[in-house]
Design a protein around this ligand. Structure first.
Ligand code: HEM
Length: 494
C-alpha cells in the first residue's frame, strides 16, 4: 500500500483528499460575524499546525546533514567480514549528520562546543550507524554521569541561562574530564565549518573476520578539506551576522558541486594486547597512541547530495550505536553499553516506535523485521503473515551463522570504579598540551579563562590544579590568564 500524495498536483485538498474551496477566508456568520465550527478546513489546518513540532534531540539538537558515498580504498578483510569492506573499490550509500551538542534546535552554529559526527551506512546487510564526535575522547567513562553533564551545560533551572558555574563545577568535579576539556578549549574548539574537522568513533568497537576472530578497533575520519577553526573573536563576530554558518557552508558547498570528503582509518588492537595494556583500552577518556596502534587506511566518504526536506530527512533521522552489521561489534566500554539502550529509547519517544519506517532510517537492503503494530505503522504491517516464532511455517528464521564468537568476561557484580591503575587522568592531557605550539598553548589559556567567566574562584582553582598536574606550564598558563597566582592555587590545594 502506498500513500498517493500527488506532487504534480497543484490544487489544494484536505488531508482526506477533498477539494478546499477557500483557503483565504474563514467561514463566518455574515461578513463581520464569528467563525463557524463547521469550517472543517480551518480546524484541520490549525490542528495540524498545533502539532508540527516534535521533541528536539535532548542534545545534538542543532544539526546539518547530507547524503554521500563511501568507497573502500584498502583491504581490511583480515579484520572484518563486514560486506561493506569486502573489496577495494566497493561503494556504499550513506548519510551523515553533524551537530553541535549543548545548543537547542535554534542555537547558533559557531559556538565553542563538541561537534557530533554521525554516519549511517546503508549496507547490504543492514544499516551501520557510527555515532561519533569530532573528538576522540569524552568527559567521563561511566554513563551515570551523562544526564548530569547535560543538566550542567544546558540552561540553569532558575535563570534559564547557560551558567559557567554549573558547567565548570561539574567538569572540574570529574578529573577524568580534563582531556576532553583541553580539546574543547583548544584552538579546535570552534571548527570553522563542519567540513573542516576530523571525526572519531571515539569508543573502542570490535571487528570480527570470516574466521570468527575478534580484534578491537577505533575509527577515525580525517577531513580532506583540512582543519580550520575560528577564534573566540571571529566566532562572536560571525554569530552576530550568521547564526547558521555551518548549515549554510555545508548546503552551499554541496549545491555548488564542492563535495566534502573524509578518509576513514582504523586502529587495531588484538584481544591479547588489550589484556596487557597499561591502561584500560575501553576507557573513553583515553586515546590509543598512534605510534603503538598506527592508523590503517580503510576508505573515503564523499558527501554529494543535500536532503530535499529538512524535517523529513534530517530532523527525523535516527542514529544509534546499536545499529551494527555482521563483522562489526561492540566492546565492554561502559559508555558504549549505555548508549546501546539510550538512542533507540530516545527515538521511540521522539519519533515513535515505528521510526525505522521513516525513509531516511529504513534499510536499503531487503529486511524482514518481525515487529508489528504500534503508532503510525504505515507499511501494511506484514499483512496476514504468521506473527509468532517458533512456528510450523518456516517463518521468521533467525540466522545463527551471524552469531559473534563468545567474549570472555569475568568479575563480581558491583558498582565498580575503574581499577586503581586506571586513575591516571593527567598523562594524556599533558601529552596533548606538549604537542601544542606555544601559540596554540596561549590560545588554550585564553579560551579557558574566558570560558570560566564568572565561575567562583574555588572552581577556577580546581581546574588550574588539574591543568598543573597534567603539566605545570599548563596550570601556570591558565592561572596567568585568570590573573590568579599559581602559588595561591598550590597553597589552597595543600
Ligand atoms: C545524540 C545519549 C554519549 C554522540 C544523543 C541522543 C541521546 C544520546 C539520547 C539523542 C538521540 C535522538 O534523539 O535521536 C547519549 C548517552 C551517552 C552519549 C546516554 C553516554 C552514556 C555520546 C558520545 C558520543 C555521542 C560518547 C560520541 C562519541 C552523539 C551524536 C548525537 C547524539 C553525534 C546526535 C546524533 C544525530 O545526529 O542524530 N546522544 N550519548 N554521544 N549523541 Fe549521544
Amino acid at each position: 500500500m502506498t500513500i498517493n500524495d500527488n506532487h504534480s498536483q497543484t490544487k489544494l485538498t484536505t488531508a482526506a483528499g477533498a477539494p478546499v474551496g477557500d483557503n483565504h477566508n474563514s467561514m463566518t456568520a455574515g461578513p463581520r460575524g464569528p467563525i463557524l465550527l463547521q469550517d472543517v478546513w480551518l480546524i484541520e489546518k490549525l490542528a495540524h499546525f498545533d502539532r508540527e513540532v516534535i521533541p528536539e534531540r535532548r542534545m545534538h539538537a542543532k544539526g546539518s546533514a547530507a547524503y554521500g558515498t563511501f568507497t573502500v580504498t584498502n583491504d581490511i578483510t583480515q579484520y572484518t567480514r563486514a560486506k561493506l569492506f569486502s573489496e577495494v573499490g566497493k561503494q556504499t550509500p550513506m548519510f551523515a549528520r553533524f551537530s553541535t551538542v549543548a545548543g537547542e534546535r535554534g542555537a547558533a552554529d559557531a559556538e565553542r562546543d563538541i561537534r557530533g559526527f554521525a554516519l549511517k551506512f546503508y549496507t547490504e546487510e543492514g544499516n551501520w550507524d557510527l555515532v561519533g564526535n569530532n573528538t576522540p575522547v569524552f568527559f567521563f567513562r561511566d554513563p551515570l554521569h551523562f544526564p548530569d553533564l547535560n543538566h550542567a551545560v544546558k540552561r540553569d533551572p532558575r535563570t534559564n541561562m547557560r551558567s559557567a558555574t554549573n558547567n565548570w563545577d561539574f567538569w572540574t568535579s570529574l578529573p577524568e574530564a580534563l582531556h576532553q576539556i583541553t580539546i574543547v578549549m583548544s584552538d579546535r574548539g570552534i571548527p570553522k565549518t563542519y567540513r573542516h574537522m576530523h571525526g572519531f568513533g571515539s569508543h573502542t568497537y570490535s571487528m570480527i573476520n570470516a574466521n570468527n576472530e575478534r580484534v578491537w578497533v577505533k575509527f577515525h575520519f580525517r577531513s580532506e578539506q583540512g582543519i580550520e577553526n575560528l577564534t573566540d573573536e571571529q566566532a562572536t563576530e560571525l554569530v552576530g551576522t550568521d547564526r547558521e554558518s555551518h548549515q549554510r557552508d555545508l548546503l552551499d558547498s554541496i549545491d555548488n558541486g564542492n563535495f566534502p570528503k573524509w578518509k576513514m582509518y582504523i586502529q587495531v588492537m588484538t584481544e591479547e594486547q588489550a589484556l596487557n595494556m597499561p591502561y584500560n583500552p575501553f576507557d573513553l577518556t583515553k586515546v590509543w597512541y598512534k605510534d603503538e596502534f598506527p592508523l590503517i587506511e580503510v576508505g573515503e566518504f564523499e558527501l554529494n547530495r543535500n536532503p530535499d526536506n529538512y524535517f523529513a530527512e534530517v530532523e527525523q533521522a535516527a542514529f544509534t550505536p546499536a545499529a551494527i552489521v555482521p563483522g562489526i561489534g561492540f566492546s565492554p566500554d561502559k559508555m558504549l553499553q549505555a548508549r546501546l539502550f539510550s538512542y533507540g529509547d530516545a527515538q521511540r519517544y521522539r519519533l515513535g516506535v515505528n521510526h525505522h519506517q521513516i525513509p531516511v532510517n529504513a534499510p536499503k537492503c531487503p529486511f524482514h523485521s518481525f515487529h508489528r503494530d504500534g503508532a503510525m505503522r504505515v507499511d501494511g504491517n506484514h499483512g496476514s503473515r504468521t506473527s509468532y516464532e517458533p512456528n510450523s511455517f518456516g517463518q521468521w528464521n533467525h540466522q545463527p551463522d551471524f552469531k559473534e564468537p563468545p567474549l570472555k568476561v569475568y568479575g563480581d557484580a558491583a558498582h565498580w570504579e575503574f581499577r586503581e591503575d586506571d586513575d591516571d587522568y593527567f598523562t594524556q592531557p599533558g601529552k596533548l598540551f606538549r604537542l601544542m605550539s606555544p601559540e596554540q598553548q596561549a590560545v588554550l589559556f585564553g579560551n579557558t579563562a574566558r570560558n570560566l567567566g564568572d565561575a567562583p574562584n574555588e572552581i577556577k582553582y580546581r581546574h588550574i590544579l588539574h591543568c598543573y598536574k597534567a603539566d605545570p606550564a599548563y596550570g601556570e598558563g591558565v592561572a596567568n590568564a585568570l590573573a590568579i597566582p599559581m602559588s595561591d592555587v598550590l597553597e589552597t590545594a595543600k
